[in-house]
Design a protein. Structure first.
Length: 475
């Protein structure tokens, strides 16, 4: 067989990649191309004839690049999006080169051992119970699906019901106590699991979006049913953290399972300075977390942990005569995640941790929080800006005051102007009934200059929007 010219296509990709990364700090953060332009440049009839791989790479890069959002730039503050550290990105390339199917040990021993080692490192770093099991999933959504799948199976098993055999029809009804400010992926997970959002008993949140202990106590006292309590470490808008330890204690007394949605906030447990915010988090039963957010591992990379490894394996495991299952203590990853075949996504997580070390991860998390605080202070000092949340982590919510009193409209207009400007990127939300701009500092490379430049751009855009509103723009 003729050997493919790997060097040609990979060199084309490499040249494009380093060029892109070199320009990233100065590139406009938004995409430049319109939908029509992207369809025109990337579309066309079904290709009939082969094209050399290096040409495919070059034309793809040229056509796609104007439609790429610089979301791994230090001035991207939208949603909760991390970038990619150099070690994690390079390990992600190797993951593709090695192309391991990380389902079974026999399919990729190195991938299996790297996951085993990485899982143990993370359990130690986050202060979770020693021996907790871990699954490497696509993101927070699937981590919540997995954690809740284990939870519902286990709380029903304790009543004598066998979900594996009998499903949920006719089962004792499971109640899911969750805050009214929970993330939408909890509801979506419950839909996927056939439990429906009707299983949720929503607990009122305080002004920061946290469940309160008395409200959870009241919910737990309302009848005696198999119960899962979903707590949140890091509200997607405010960054607020539920009083996890106290809720765990209440739940334990009531025989309930506690699942922590800590997509980004659980990383605060890796910081000696911030860990007290999550006091008692180790007393929960399962935890969902993302590596593609605060650890800055390339997409897609989420993690689920469970304090009950036997329950975890029982909920996820699968057997087949053609599969070669582990006979000793080697790790078959399909015992811990819902996928069967999957990418060996442990490699980039391993590399990220190896490169940063626990000290570097603490610095990353604490540094992002300090920069979020700087954002809040500078914007508040600029005038006409109200910071709506207690900035406890990396999230800031701001609202812009309008001369005509239409603060919601003014805030939304400023976001439009800012997104077009391209210096930085953030989007809006509704917080306690008010329109707000949300700023999430989650990128490893963001520095004070990025924050100051962004604050200046925001205030210029605010002035532009104000001038437009009073009809004085361009005078
Ligand atoms: C608290 C919380 N849970 C879950 C998710 C979903 O994570 P993912 O988008 O990685 O699936 C997010 C995303 O921002 C989140 O903030």
């Amino acid at each position: 067989m003729e050997r493919p010219d790997w060097k040609a296509s990979l060199s084309a990709a490499f040249e494009h990649a380093v060029g892109y990364l070199h320009d990233l700090p100065e590139r406009p953060v938004r995409a430049r191309a319109s939908l029509e332009e992207l369809r025109a440049d990337l579309g066309g009839p079904l290709p009939q004839r082969p094209l050399p791989p290096e040409q495919v790479v070059a034309t793809l890069a040229a056509a796609a690049e104007p439609g790429v959002v610089a979301s791994s730039s230090g001035r991207y503050f939208g949603f909760v999006v991390g970038g990619a550290t150099p070690a994690a990105l390079a390990a992600d390339w190797l993951t593709s080169v090695w192309d391991q199917n990380a389902g079974l040990y026999v399919l990729g021993p190195a991938a299996s051992v790297v996951e085993e080692v990485t899982a143990a490192w993370l359990v130690e770093l986050l202060g979770l119970p020693a021996g907790s099991s871990a699954g490497f999933v696509t993101g927070g959504q699937m981590a919540n699906v997995t954690g809740l799948a284990i939870a519902v199976r286990e709380v029903l098993r304790r009543t004598g019901w066998d979900v594996d055999a009998d499903g949920l029809w006719g089962a004792p009804q499971v109640r899911v106590i969750a805050g009214e400010e929970r993330h939408g992926t909890i509801d979506r997970a419950l839909r996927f699991l056939g439990m429906g959002t009707g299983s949720i008993l929503a607990v009122p949140a305080d002004g920061q979006g946290r469940m309160t202990v008395p409200a959870v106590a009241e919910a737990l006292a309302d009848g005696d049913r198999p119960t899962i309590v979903c707590v949140q470490a890091g509200n997607v808008n405010s960054g607020a953290v539920d009083p996890i330890g106290e809720i765990c204690d209440l739940a334990r007394r009531a025989g309930a399972w506690v699942h922590v949605d800590g997509a980004f906030g659980l990383w605060a447990a890796a910081s000696p300075r911030l860990r007290s915010l999550l006091a008692g988090v180790e007393r929960a039963d399962s935890w969902a977390m993302d590596a593609h957010k605060w650890l800055n591992v390339p997409y897609d990379s989420g993690l689920v942990f469970c304090a009950h490894p036997a329950a975890h394996r029982a909920a996820m495991g699968v057997r087949a005569s053609y599969l070669v299952h582990a006979e000793g203590d080697e790790r078959d990853a399909l015992e811990f995640n819902p996928e069967h075949s999957r990418r060996a996504r442990g490699f980039p997580v391993y590399a990220a941790i190896r490169a940063l070390g626990s000290a570097g991860i603490a610095d990353l998390v604490e540094g992002s929080c300090a920069l979020a605080r700087r954002f809040a202070d500078r914007l508040a000092a600029a005038g006409g800006v109200e910071v709506l949340n207690d900035v406890v982590l990396n999230q800031v919510l701001v609202r812009f005051r309008a001369a005509d009193g239409d603060h919601d409209g003014h805030t939304r207009r400023i976001l439009e102007v800012l997104q077009n400007d391209g210096t930085c990127w953030m989007s809006g939300t509704t917080w306690n009934g008010m329109a707000a701009a949300r700023i999430s500092v989650s990128n490893w490379s963001t520095d004070q200059e990025d924050v100051d430049r962004s604050v200046a751009a925001i205030m210029e855009c605010a002035a532009t929007a104000a001038a437009e509103a009073t009809g004085t723009a361009g005078r």
